[in-house]
Design a protein around this ligand. Structure first.
Ligand code: FUL
Length: 415
């Protein structure tokens, strides 16, 4: 066996952990950036914000969850603490939190309200806890800050029920005393695995960043990549060229995070800049339909509500998804060579590999009436092949042109 064949075979047999698999089926979920920045109009607070400014008088986490569900999203991740250090729950370890704000006279807990709304709405709940903390005095001092951070992580992972994803932001700047902290990620992840063994860790061992915040994904998104890779920002993480001579691989799937507006936090002047439906659908098809998940941020306003423009756009996304995938013409049996009784109008073809045995397809083509209508790269968990033009046909044939070992499909859909 040559090095190449050996590498390909090894890579083809790498599979997701159970929690990585469950996470992948979440597909599309919301990011909610909310905090003191919502009130100052900034994207990064400096930690000197007065908790007195924080008063989202109409806050309604159920409004968020309903809007999120209308877009066909299946989860929500809340910024429990952003870089400014202000906590949306009443942490025992700091005064810089909702407890010293006018919100519900200091008795509010937005993490709880959100977790409960998610539970009631039947969607998953996740937390973002920024390691970079520009308020906390121990930040930059090493062990003392790690302890502070772990204490807060422990509060979040023990007081609010099941968490599906814990989001670690790699951002690391200076704290209030001008020092930077070297984060003890090993200990942080150990705490996550112990307290929420079913939660996947973003920015850690379980899920990788797509590499940009614009919503771009690669044409070939590999979930199997070399253990020793230079950076998740590399344009090619798993092709044959990259895996040649590699002996150690890991399952490390992609998450695409982007915002519905230019900023991560709410700014009234961006109310007219909610991204157009077509742009967001394109991101959806390329991420969810490109072997990635999609984490779409919607920032609540100063009242603590999603703005009507965002609510409207979310519903439009959901309506579009529900419409586009309402009727599957493919036969129930999974066949690569399909014939329909009558000609049907086709605009999209969905392919899903059985990733429980690995990610295997490298290239494929789709034909109708013997004419090639689509050339694609990886499939993985899900590929949504969006045709350039709708076609009318009574047959569709999928040809796998290159693959690592025998691929197996769990689903084929023609829409
Ligand atoms: C970045 C942060 O600096 C941004 O404010 C935002 O939270 C984004 C999701 O991650 O690293």
């Amino acid at each position: 066996m040559t090095d190449m064949t050996k590498s390909i075979e090894t890579a083809a047999k790498i599979v997701p952990s159970e929690k990585q698999y469950n996470w992948q089926t979440t597909e599309f979920y919301a990011f909610v950036h909310f905090g003191v920045n919502t009130f100052t109009g900034r994207e990064w607070g400096d930690g000197t914000e007065d908790p007195a400014i924080f008063n989202p008088v109409k806050l309604d986490a159920e409004q968020w969850v309903n809007a999120v569900k209308s877009a066909d999203m299946r989860g929500l991740i809340l910024t429990a603490k952003h870089h400014d250090g202000f906590c949306l729950w009443s942490s025992k370890y700091t005064e810089h939190s909702v407890k010293n704000s006018p919100y519900k006279n200091g008795k509010g807990d937005i993490v709880r309200e959100t977790a409960e709304a998610c539970k009631k709405g039947g969607i998953k709940f996740g937390v973002y806890l920024s390691p970079w903390d520009r308020h906390e005095a121990t930040y930059g001092s090493g062990a003392a800050y790690d302890e502070y951070y772990i204490n807060q992580l422990t509060e979040l992972l023990t007081q609010y029920g099941g968490i599906f994803e814990i989001w670690f932001d790699g951002a690391c700047g200076e704290g209030p005393n001008g020092k930077k902290q070297v984060y003890d990620f090993t200990s942080y992840f150990e705490v996550c695995n112990r307290l929420q063994p079913e939660a996947v860790i973003f920015g850690g061992p379980d899920i990788r960043w797509c590499g940009n915040e614009a919503g771009d994904t690669r044409d070939a998104e590999w979930s199997v990549i070399p253990v020793k890779h230079r950076s998740v920002m590399e344009p090619d993480l798993g092709s044959r060229e990259v895996i040649e001579r590699v002996t150690e691989f890991k399952w490390f799937p992609c998450e695409t995070d982007t915002s519905i507006r230019p900023g991560w936090f709410y700014h009234a002047e961006e109310d007219g800049k909610v991204r157009p439906l077509e742009e967001l659908m394109n991101i959806y098809y390329k991420s969810v339909g490109g072997n990635s998940s999609l984490l779409l941020n919607i920032p609540p306003d100063k009242n603590g509500l999603f703005h009507e423009n965002d609510v409207k756009r979310l519903k439009e996304i959901g309506d579009r998804i529900r419409n586009e995938f309402a009727h599957n013409y493919a036969p129930v049996d999974i066949e690569l060579d399909m014939k329909f009784d009558d000609p049907v109008e086709v605009s999209k073809i969905v392919l899903m590999e059985d990733i429980k045995i690995g990610q295997r397809v490298e290239t494929f083509s789709i034909y109708a009436d013997g004419i090639k209508i689509y050339d694609g790269k990886t499939i993985g968990y899900k590929r949504i092949a969006v045709l350039e033009n709708k076609i009318l046909t009574d047959n569709i044939r999928i040809e796998i042109t290159q693959s690592r070992l025998e691929p197996k499909f769990t689903f084929i859909g023609v829409y």
